[in-house]
Design a protein around this ligand. Structure first.
Ligand code: NAD
Length: 340
């Protein structure tokens, strides 16, 4: 079976998920929908993707600049089994009516509230929960990063409490309307919304999160503090658990990766599409266990980390793979994410 997929919202996340869908052996990218013509629409056409007008956009506005459009989003939805909504925050919920009217399955992004879907999803943590579902929400970049790490740790050692401070990038690199800022902006929601969002995936976990926004566009960094119930792991065992799990990249101390600039430089040197870093990035010398407490940093490439999860969500919803490990292996091979 090849699942026929539409992408509605062709920005930072949508264009990446479109390329990822097009690379899957068991999925077909039927078309992408955009509100207005711009360089991204031109690139979609250049790649051979069928383009549709979405939201308040009109077919005419694309035609006027010479970009061929196959119709409106409603036309695209008639041709597919599933739509991945990648419209801006809160717009996905409005779009949900279109998907319901078309009688097709849908995936939403982390900018939507959890109740937009039947289940919140992370491939490592709760793949099976999305099996057969019609509406699935792939959690945000930060919640995805936290959920992956929690999945690795809590499946091996009992966790008493997890605390994370999320050092957030101010904007994505192309979002000149949101930045740059010159300052460190506390998020005056204490604790931050990320903890409750993690609880949509790990309902039993005791977790508290806080967040600050800093003037960078490259990546987020999480400062994690995990308290274990006895017996805790040692540092080597904890590092090995991350190293041996798909979608984690642990830089050794000798690599000279001092922070997110070198992580992104590494991604550029690796030369994968868009120079994305879809793995959770950890540092060997940025992890320490002391008594019952573990401390570790992880960096999260906000623009790309949810892309493989969106692919696995599709595979789970249509039962295209026996389990998470099989789906993750196909996704990672096709997207060029190295196995552990
Ligand atoms: P974006 O602004 O880069 O792209 C959104 C696209 O949707 C734009 O092209 C916009 O023109 C289009 N659009 C606007 N209204 C629309 C409508 N009614 N129908 C269809 N398309 C419409 O946004 P993004 O960063 O890709 O975010 C999309 C979603 O992914 C949000 O829920 C966001 O919270 C989530 N997310 C973003 C990031 C990130 O760091 N960028 C990471 C993880 C999750």
């Amino acid at each position: 079976m090849s699942v026929r997929v539409a992408i509605n919202g062709y920005g930072t996340i949508g264009k990446r998920v479109a390329d990822a869908v097009a690379a899957q052996p068991d999925m077909t990218l039927v078309g992408v929908a955009k509100t207005r013509p711009n360089f991204e629409a031109e690139r979609a056409v250049a790649k051979g993707y069928k383009l549709y007008a979405a939201g308040s956009g009109t077919v005419d506005s694309f035609a006027q600049v010479g970009l061929p459009v196959a119709g409106r989003i409603e036309d695209l939805l008639k041709e597919v089994d599933l739509v991945v909504d990648a419209a801006p925050e809160k717009v996905g919920r409005e779009n949900a009516r279109l998907y319901q009217a078309a009688g097709i399955r849908s995936i939403f992004q982390g900018g939507e509230k959890p109740d937009v879907a039947e289940v919140s999803f992370n491939a490592l943590a709760n793949y099976a929960a999305a099996k057969g579902k019609h509406r699935v929400r792939v959690v945000s970049c930060n919640t995805t990063g936290l959920s992956r790490a929690i999945s690795v740790v809590s499946s091996r050692w009992p966790v008493e409490h997890w605390e994370a401070t999320i050092v957030r990038r101010a904007a994505d690199p192309a979002e000149t309307n949101r930045g740059p800022i010159n300052g460190i902006m506390p998020t005056f929601q204490l604790p931050s919304h990320h903890g409750p969002d993690v609880n949509t995936i790990f309902p039993q976990l005791s977790i508290a999160t806080t967040a600050v926004v800093v003037p960078t566009t490259l990546m987020h960094v999480h400062v994690n503090h995990v308290r274990f119930t006895a017996p805790p792991p040692n540092s080597a065992a904890l590092l090995e658990a991350f190293r041996s799990t798909p979608r984690f990249h642990v830089f050794p101390a000798w690599a000279g990766v001092d922070g997110t600039p070198q992580v992104m430089e590494y991604a550029r040197d690796r030369g994968r599409g868009r120079e994305d870093m879809m793995e959770n990035v950890l540092w060997e010398n940025g992890l320490r266990v002391e008594g019952k407490d573990a401390y570790f940093f992880q960096a999260i490439h906000q623009e790309s980390i949810v892309v493989p999860e969106s692919i696995d969500a599709i595979r789970a919803m249509f039962d295209l793979a026996p389990d998470a490990a099989h789906s993750i292996a196909i996704t990672d091979r096709t997207l060029g994410i190295p196995p552990p």
